[in-house]
Design a binder for this molecule. Structure first.
Ligand code: PA5
Length: 476
């Protein structure tokens, strides 16, 4: 039987439903189709300029054997896996873990985790939070995976220093190697020389694949394999979606259709983009997408125009009792993407209401899933049909590795197409680099800063001392 695929539904964002001011007319759709067919054609021809698209094929597969062998060899040896990384080096794994592992994974007893380790994704440098995590783990039974494409991000390096000190004091310098895996660039950064010096196990973040596009590389696949996620299925789903994403027609290419709606409506004043999953499993997909979209598209064009839709994450049904009031009655400046799942692990039948709770009779014979689905449908109807808010829907047959791989990949390609439509460089992040350099300057780093403007800094910030002075003088 043929596998059901992810569906993208745009009806709620068309002028038919939300009117000409807020939705796309057939004429606009045809113009977007022509524009995007050209972009997709170019992306297909120039795949070497977007190396992440090679990851589910050659790049990803070349390391898959080593990833799986390493995870297999470590089975049963560790109770905890600690991930040190930030931004694109953390959010993809978090999305995979929430989507593809049982809820409350770390709180489950070991047998309910099939003996697999707990996982801690440490993507901050809050001292209280980090110290608490260190207290919760037994270093002798812990594997640390430090992940940094650049190999020099201050947050990740500082975490690594603390963890190395703890490991060394508990397992001894000689045994450190058994507890550390490094995922970083093949050559650049501070971590690769350490790998070579200490003989640490390592994986490579492929050249040209930035953090936010790296979830299908060992950045995501190694820790995912450590907690039993089917990474073969993940990559297979990604490959199947890649095929769909090469199609020139919007009807056949969900990434292209997504970009058409998002950027088509951005040009009509919908400057915010809300992603609202109706499945707790996909909650962190929205968080991952928020970074992918913001860091890729929030840019200044060569002509000096500042562009980029603001991504917002929400969660159905929880945020129906929070943000939906604003979404329905506040400014009509948003486009909504509802993420839906057809099949859940269970449906949870609702029991008969006790005497005295007569008003709850309507729930009898229904399931918790029925209620979730009713609320999802009602929200789409209220947003689009009643309040005229453009609303699309992405439907997953189920939240399994194949579909989640496909979904993440589809959103990456959608981002590439959107970036081309906006006329910006989707793959750099000068605003983020500037923050990294400024933090380094304030922490006392000395010496020259090469190409400060390319890093989003003023030209005068040619050294860390100069940058420190600029920050002090600004007195903000
Ligand atoms: O997506 C990106 O490029 C960024 O969010 C990076 O992942 C983040 O800044 C961490 O960088 P690195 O992996 O080099 O430590």
């Amino acid at each position: 039987m043929a596998r059901k695929s992810i569906q993208f539904k745009i009806h709620g964002a068309t002028a038919d439903v939300v009117g000409k001011t807020h939705g796309l007319t057939p004429k606009e759709w045809s113009a977007l189709s022509r524009e995007i067919a050209g972009i997709v054609g170019r992306l297909n021809r120039e795949r070497d300029r977007t190396p992440y698209r090679d990851v589910p094929h050659r790049q990803g597969l070349s390391q898959l054997g080593a990833v799986l062998a390493s995870a297999r060899a470590k089975a049963g040896l560790f109770d905890d896996v600690v991930i040190l990384g930030i931004g694109g080096s953390a959010l993809g794994l978090t999305a995979l873990k929430t989507a593809l592992r049982t809820p409350y994974w770390n709180s489950l007893p070991r047998e309910k985790r099939q003996g697999l380790p707990r996982v801690w994704v440490m993507d901050n440098v809050d001292p209280d939070e980090f110290a608490t995590m260190l207290d919760l783990i037994d270093p002798k039974r812990t594997l640390v995976n430090v992940i940094s494409k650049s190999g020099s991000t201050a947050e990740t390096v500082s975490q690594f220093l603390l963890v190395m000190e703890l490991l060394e004091s508990c397992v001894g310098k000689r045994n450190l190697r058994r507890h550390v895996v490094v995922t970083t660039d093949a050559r650049a950064g501070l971590l690769r020389p350490l790998v070579n010096e200490m003989g640490l196990e390592s994986f490579v973040v492929p050249d040209g694949v930035g953090g936010r596009f790296s979830v299908m590389t060992p950045v995501g696949t190694f820790p995912a394999a450590m907690i039993g996620i089917d990474v073969r299925a993940l990559l297979a789903g990604t490959r199947a979606m890649d095929k769909r994403c090469t199609a020139g027609r919007l009807d056949d290419n969900p990434a292209a259709a997504g970009a058409a709606v998002q950027i088509g409506l951005y040009r009509k004043g919908k400057t915010m983009s809300v992603m609202m999953p109706y499945a707790a499993a996909l909650r962190d997909v929205a968080d991952w997408y928020r970074q992918l979209w913001a860091e890729s598209l929030g840019k200044t064009t060569a002509g000096g125009e500042q562009v980029g839709p603001t991504p917002i994450k929400a969660l159905g049904v929880t945020d129906q009792h929070s943000q939906v009031q604003l979404y329905r009655d506040g400014p009509n400046d948003k486009v909504f993407t509802i993420l839906s799942v057809d099949r859940f692990g269970c449906t949870l039948p609702l029991p008969q209401a006790p005497a005295g709770l007569g008003g709850a009779d309507y729930l009898e014979g229904r399931t918790m899933k029925d209620l979730l689905k009713a609320e999802e449908r009602a929200t789409i109807w209220a947003l689009a049909a009643v309040s005229k808010r453009p609303t699309t829907q992405i439907v997953l047959p189920r939240a399994d590795a194949w579909n989640v791989g496909g979904l993440l990949y589809m959103l990456m390609v959608e981002t590439s197409i959107a970036g081309a439509m906006l006329g910006i460089n989707t793959y750099d992040q000068p605003g983020v680099e500037a923050g990294k350099e400024a933090a380094r300057a304030l922490m006392g780093v000395h010496g020259d800063i090469s190409s400060p403007t390319a890093k989003g800094l003023p030209a005068e910030a040619a050294s860390y001392e100069g940058l420190r002075r600029l920050i002090d003088d600004a007195d903000v």
